[in-house]
Ligand binder design. Structure first.
Ligand code: CTP
Length: 210
């Protein structure tokens, strides 16, 4: 099958030397891309900046900003059978990119932010994607309710939810503990390495598509 995976953080520039980003390492998305490729699928990995090596056998498209990622996904999703959105996309970006380095002036400064495109949220609508759609939900409270709401609002077949308030899992960790949220049931997966978890997720996502 043809699989699209988004991964990593995005970088939203403030001026030529500064940007807004988040703690995503990209590990979960890269492990998923590697596991799909290992299972014999054709994978396009669209990723924000990470320190990771591109997995063998995976087509790689680097992007920086949420806007870039949105453009790349819009361009390629039409030929995909499965799309997995593991990227930690910035929800807001600076309204203006200062052409020169911003010099310090007063004791405080205000940065005006604007919403970035909701890539997962536009897959079904604006992009017309009809394949298997998988999103991630990183929550600090009401995990099940928030993930179910996300599944419905964004037209996902599966939301992979994790509680990022738990120490040692999720963002920037090698381990993760997730809850699979389907339309009609939920299924907790035990704590494990992102590597092992990726292989389990590939099996569960592939079953959804058959
Ligand atoms: N996502 C995306 N584009 C964005 C923001 C998020 O594609 N601009 C995707 C992520 O890759 C992930 C999912 O949306 O698969 C969940 O992101 P999250 O920010 O938790 O979802 P939201 O519904 O935007 O968050 P909330 O309503 O909790 O603010």
């Amino acid at each position: 099958m043809k699989i699209l995976v988004t991964a990593g953080p995005t970088r939203e520039p403030i001026d030529p030397v500064r940007f807004l980003t988040n703690r995503s390492s990209g590990k979960m998305g890269y492990e998923l891309a590697a596991a799909f490729a290992h299972a014999g699928h054709s994978v396009l990995l669209i990723s924000g900046p990470t320190a990771l090596d591109v997995p063998d056998g995976v087509d790689y498209m680097p992007v920086e900003t949420a806007e870039d990622m949105h453009r790349a996904v819009s361009h390629h999703i039409g030929r995909m059978e499965v799309a997995v959105f593991a990227a930690a996309v910035a929800d807001y970006a600076p309204k203006e990119l200062a052409p020169e380095k911003i010099k310090k002036t007063g004791e405080t400064m205000t940065l005006e932010l604007v919403r970035t495109p909701d890539i997962l949220g536009s897959a079904r609508g604006a992009m017309g994607f009809e394949g298997t759609l998988v999103g991630f939900a990183a929550e600090t409270q009401n995990l099940v309710e928030n993930a179910k709401d996300k599944l419905e609002r964004k037209g996902c077949d599966l939301v992979i939810a994790n509680d990022v308030s738990k120490p040692g899992i999720g963002f920037d960790s090698d381990h993760n503990e997730v809850l699979l949220v389907f339309a009609d049931h939920t299924e907790p997966l035990p704590l494990g390495s992102k590597h092992d978890l990726a292989h389990t997720l590939v099996r569960r996502i592939t079953e959804l598509t058959c």
